[in-house]
Design a protein around this ligand. Structure first.
Ligand code: URP
Ligand code: ZN
Ligand code: ZN
Length: 532
């Protein structure tokens, strides 16, 4: 929950955002291709020199200064002189200077389960920037299956954005028109990934037939297919069993959709992607069952990307049994947060590369919205927070504990996402010419998380009271200091849409393996009819 002072600020910002949205069309949507086509580095000419820190990229860490101008990184080397007068110098001695986080999985202002997520493209961005995340990729939900209408609606929502963002697109229906629209999304709108929900029967869920068509279309476009992997038919059955048993509370959510259903759907999606020979991205891997399927496929050489989310890495399902409905219901998300043991296994998979990058699935509902399901867990809107907490929790639980290195930290929170979605090294790196999306993290400072201090609009937080080490003291978004000393300085409408081109690195080699497959067929066999 926000303090009164911050409430006033948020209110002012919302009012401002309405005004900006109404009068400032230039901020609506940068439809052109990034800085090449007029979106600009985005900087306002501010010059910043970060001195004395350890600059960390996914490939190496070095002692160096970083000079930023016009929203981009201009130089990285030791002892850069201050030069001109109007250079803002930030002392980063003893601190890590790293690329801002990129969250590959969020749902801002999403209409879902009869309500709308409470964080929009302004409050979600405020939360993200305060937590060291400078870009995210949100899921556009089509309107009645129509992709163009869905995109239009999300352009409106994003008019109030305060940081850079990109879009994935969900596919919820299939027709020739949808297939044509997918092509338009890739070629004209910079969307290079499509998500298929294998759960949420009766709303977003797709059939295997649709998934097959979608996988083929994705492959033909060089777009990455993503799946929410749970067996939706079996989940619906499991839900009925729980209700018949009189289990109507939040614990029924976990009991009705056990890990085996996540494992089954993950295996099915992996096999269908193998049949089509196209890369697959499995979102929110929550269980050992799903992770093992990904590990097996990777061992066999298949191009499968697994994304754990912060909640799955560090929480366990015991909260769902809490006697207080408000507490228990805030942990309801799908696939469910699992029994203790799954999280540690997912952490190990992340540190060994079986799982590749960390998202949040930030999809927040306040306690009033969660109470829609107070008499039936099936009506509790599914989703948890995380966009503000991800960078701190991963640092504390993975780097502080020695499970991953600082360079791996950058890889799993930023660089890998930029590579997979084909925007590296503009994003996900501190290199000359990269966007100046940078955080300064002090490894000696501690944090405590909770709804009283977070920037989300929700009045609850699944990480309530969580303490840890490592604090993002400064966030720089495209060359502007937007978070410093606990103060946000952000402008609605300043965010920029980031187009993501198709044929990312995960498509490398697909043509060759297709050719090898065709060559292996020994068919069609030329037959004659033997003489009698
Ligand atoms: O519970 C969740 N995960 N809510 C968001 C929608 C989704 O499945 O990603
Ligand atoms: Zn999902
Ligand atoms: Zn999601």
């Amino acid at each position: 929950m926000a303090t009164p002072c911050r409430l006033v600020l948020l209110l002012l910002s919302s009012l401002l955002s309405v005004a900006v949205g109404a009068t400032h069309p230039a901020h609506e949507f940068c439809a052109a291709a990034g800085r090449d086509a007029g979106c600009g580095g985005g900087g306002d000419g501010t010059r910043i020199l970060i001195k004395g820190g350890t600059v960390v990229n996914a490939h190496r860490a070095e002692e160096a200064d970083v000079y930023i101008e016009g929203g981009v990184v201009v130089a990285i080397r030791p002892n850069i002189p201050v030069g001109a007068d109007n250079v803002r110098v930030i002392d980063a001695t003893g601190k890590y200077v790293m690329p801002g986080g990129i969250d590959p999985h969020t749902h801002l202002e999403m209409e879902f389960m009869g309500t709308v997520t409470i964080d929009d493209f302004f409050s979600g961005h405020a939360a993200a920037l305060a937590g060291g995340t400078t870009m995210h990729i949100d899921f556009v939900i089509p309107v009645n299956g129509n992709l163009t209408a869905g995109l239009e609606s999300y352009k409106q929502k994003a008019a109030k954005s305060a940081m850079d963002y990109g879009f994935h697109m969900a596919i919820t229906k299939w027709s020739d028109e949808v297939a044509r629209e997918m092509e338009v999304m890739v070629k004209e709108h910079g969307i290079n990934s499509f998500k298929f929900f294998m759960a949420y029967k009766g709303s977003l869920m797709v059939t295997d037939d649709l998934l097959l068509q979608g996988l083929q279309k994705c492959k033909s476009l060089g777009a990455l297919a993503m799946v929410h992997a749970e067996n939706g038919d079996a989940v619906a059955e499991g839900q009925k069993w729980m209700i018949d048993l009189g289990i109507t509370g939040p614990e029924g959510h976990a009991l009705s959709r056990p890990p085996i259903l996540e494992g089954e759907a993950t295996a099915r999606a992996i096999r269908l992607a193998k049949f089509i020979n196209t890369p697959l991205y499995v979102v929110h891997v929550m269980s050992i069952d799903a992770m093992e399927e990904i590990a097996k496929a990777k061992r066999e050489g298949q191009k499968v990307i697994g994304e754990p989310v912060v909640s799955g890495l560090v929480l366990d399902d015991s909260w769902l049994w809490d006697p207080d409905f408000t507490i228990a219901s805030k942990y309801v998300m799908s696939p469910p947060i699992r029994e203790a043991g799954h999280g540690k296994a997912l952490q190990a998979a992340l540190s060994s590369g079986i799982l590749q990058l960390v998202g949040t699935d930030h999809c927040t509902f306040n306690s009033t919205q969660k109470a829609f399901g107070s008499d039936d867990f099936r009506k509790i809107p599914n989703g948890v927070n995380g966009i503000e907490e991800r960078m701190h929790i991963i640092w504390d639980s993975m780097v502080e504990t020695g499970k991953i290195s600082v360079t791996d930290y950058v890889r799993v929170t930023s660089a890998e996402c930029a590579k997979i979605f084909n925007i590296y090294p503009r994003k996900g790196a501190i290199l000359e010419g990269s966007d100046a999306d940078i955080i300064i993290l002090n490894p000696e400072r501690s944090f405590v998380m909770g709804a009283h201090t977070h920037h989300s609009r929700s009045n609850t937080n699944v990480y309530e009271g969580r303490k840890g080490k490592g604090m993002v003291e400064v966030t720089i978004s495209r060359g502007r200091v937007v978070w410093e000393d606990g103060v946000l300085n952000i402008t609605p409408g300043s965010g920029r849409y980031v187009r993501m081109p198709p044929y990312g690195y995960v498509f490398d080699g697909i043509e060759k393996s297709d050719a090898a497959y065709r060559a292996s067929l020994r068919a069609p066999v030329q037959r004659g009819i033997a003489a009698a």
